[in-house]
Design a protein around this ligand. Structure first.
Ligand code: FMN
Length: 170
């Protein structure tokens, strides 16, 4: 089975997860989404980073091109993986695939360090009580995210995709 892992990344978090997943899939090709020039694969795995509550623009553009395919996805985000926000992101991305009749066979997500420049910007730009302001809860989340994806996240990504693939190979 020919598999494409197509990832998008700004600061490298999602690329790390893509490379880990690539290690456990036979006959896979890994490409930055910008370099994807054909979709002639049996399985397409899309890797995104979360931008304003959904997959980043380049990932959405690729997902929109996929029709009647077997697909899976993964993403990194600043929020905690079990948060309501993360669940909303899963739903939104899954719906983008389903809209075009793709069969989603699985997904994986983990936290990814938020760009320190963005954190500095938000600290300067917004007062503490603003929805994006640096309140203690948000500062803790940024700090917690800063060490991800860590080795455990990468191992979990491998395990998850091994099991997804076993599911379809029987
Ligand atoms: C412009 C921008 C918007 C973001 N929006 C969100 C968001 O809505 N929710 C979230 O949990 N993380 C958000 N993040 C955090 C990133 O999704 C996270 O740090 C991700 O791991 C970055 O991946 P990358 O290193 O592959 O670029 C945002 C980051 C940036 C730079």
């Amino acid at each position: 089975m020919k598999t494409l892992i197509a990832y998008s990344t700004k600061t490298g978090n999602t690329k790390k997860v893509a490379e880990a997943i690539n290690e456990v899939i036979d006959n896979s090709e890994i490409k930055n989404i910008d370099d994807v020039d054909n979709l002639d694969y049996d399985l397409v795995i899309v890797g995104a980073w979360i931008d304003k509550g959904t997959a980043n623009k380049e990932a959405v553009e690729l997902i929109t091109k996929l029709k009647n395919k077997m697909v899976a996805f993964f993403f990194t985000l600043g929020a905690y993986p079990h948060s309501a926000h993360a669940k909303d992101c899963i739903k939104r991305i899954e719906n983008l695939f389903i809209k075009n009749n793709n069969e989603v066979i699985g997904y994986y997500l983990c936290q990814g360090a938020v760009n320190p420049k963005l954190i500095e910007f938000m600290k300067k730009q917004f007062p503490v009580d603003h929805p994006h302001g640096p309140n203690p809860e948000r500062i803790k989340r940024w700090t917690d995210a800063s060490s991800h994806p860590n080795l455990e996240d990468l191992e979990n990504a491998k395990l998850k995709f091994k099991s997804i693939l076993e599911g379809i190979n029987g």
